[in-house]
Design a protein around this ligand. Structure first.
Ligand code: ADP
Ligand code: MG
Length: 338
């Protein structure tokens, strides 16, 4: 075979492997778009773990007809225009890749309406190409439906996990959004069963109770640290209410869920010796920091961020947790200062 350029659709299908790593990654991108669009209500529905059907509906800004057609093209975004804009990024999105990629490997229906136009738009898309268009009457917002994910890349579809595993991964991800966005209501259903409906659960405590019915509010200690540059807020459990793994450690940086060992470790160090070896706290911690001090421009699937000054962040996490636990009067054992 001689060297040749790959056709665009092949390039796109290959690249789709980066964004579409499972049903959960599609749901994640769509929910992030809804939050970026300023939605106060996001409804999510999946069938067969998302393999058959994924639906995300929001009451956000919506898109005009022209915007909707652009949005499903590669590298189109309303969120940044220059590389410098990444310094002050406050949205989840900025790559302009998600919608176009998902559209290229599924059958998608995008229904959307914006304030500025009388009628909204319904676009039917298959394998990335628009196959139909209809007007939509209705209120502001966006409604994305994804059918038969990876139908046109069977080799990849094979690697989707079972419906129950895919579904569980979607559920875990929705939980994190529910925790991180108290001001947004989420209604999530799986195979026609409502899993979460946050309407009426407006505080972080309410939301923890909704997701973790086994955790009593009496066991939660509020964390609140503010070094000026770095804010650390949320809840942790009493040292007597620990778990055997880190799964209960929910850490967010500027409301993005992260899995970054140094942060988990800083949280645990906040407990000092009250935390016995092999035990881990339950925590929902929000680290909020100037977007200039954190780089989120790492691989889309990486659950990590880069800080300009990591040590200061780790210190503040440890300090905030330590003072929360001390304040709760449960810090009886000597603290090892380090
Ligand atoms: P990104 O989020 O990185 O900009 P996407 O491919 O996810 O890229 O979306 C492309 C563009 O489509 C967004 O920048 C936004 O303008 C628009 N868009 C996508 N989803 C929504 C939505 N739910 N509501 C309003 N606009 C949306
Ligand atoms: Mg996006």
């Amino acid at each position: 075979m001689r060297i040749h350029e790959l056709p665009t659709d092949v390039v796109r299908k290959i690249a789709a492997g980066e964004v579409v790593t499972g049903c959960f990654s599609v749901v994640k991108e769509l929910v992030e778009n809804s939050i970026d669009a300023g939605a106060s209500l996001v409804e999510i529905e999946i069938r067969s773990g998302g393999k058959e059907y994924i639906m995300v509906r929001d009451n956000g800004s919506g898109m005009t007809n022209q915007e909707a057609k652009l949005a499903i093209k590669p590298h189109t975004t309303s969120k940044i225009s220059s590389i410098e804009d990444l310094d002050s990024l406050i949205t989840f999105g900025f790559r302009g890749e998600a919608l176009s990629t998902i559209a290229s490997v599924s059958r998608m229906r995008l229904s959307t309406a914006a304030d500025s136009e009388e009628l909204g738009t319904i676009l039917e898309i298959a394998g990335g190409s628009v196959t139909g268009q209809k007007p939509l009457s209705g209120s502001n917002g966006t409604f994305v439906e994804v059918f038969d994910l990876l139908y046109n890349t069977p080799a990849r579809r094979k690697f989707l996990k079972s419906a129950s595993i895919e579904g569980r991964m979607v559920t875990e991800m929705i939980q994190r959004f529910i925790l991180a966005f108290e001001n947004v209501d989420f209604v999530y259903s799986r195979d026609s069963q409502t899993v979460f409906d946050t309407r009426g659960a407006g505080s972080l405590q309410d939301r923890i109770a909704l997701i973790y019915p086994g955790i009593s509010t009496r066991d939660l200690i509020p964390v609140s640290g503010d070094s000026g540059e770095i804010k650390v807020n949320g809840y942790v459990t009493l040292p007597s209410r620990t778990r055997k793994n880190r799964m209960g450690e929910n850490i967010f940086v500027n409301r993005r869920y992260v899995r970054q060992f140094e942060l988990n470790y800083a949280l645990e160090r906040g407990y000092g010796e009250t935390l016995q070896k092999g035990n881990f706290p339950f925590a929902v911690l929000f680290i909020d920091i100037d977007p200039q001090e954190v780089d989120v421009n790492i691989h889309p699937q990486k659950l990590e961020v880069k800080f300009a000054s990591t040590a200061a962040v780790l210190d503040e996490v440890k300090r905030a947790v330590r003072s929360a636990i001390k304040g709760a009067g449960h810090f009886t054992i000597n603290i090892v200062h380090s």
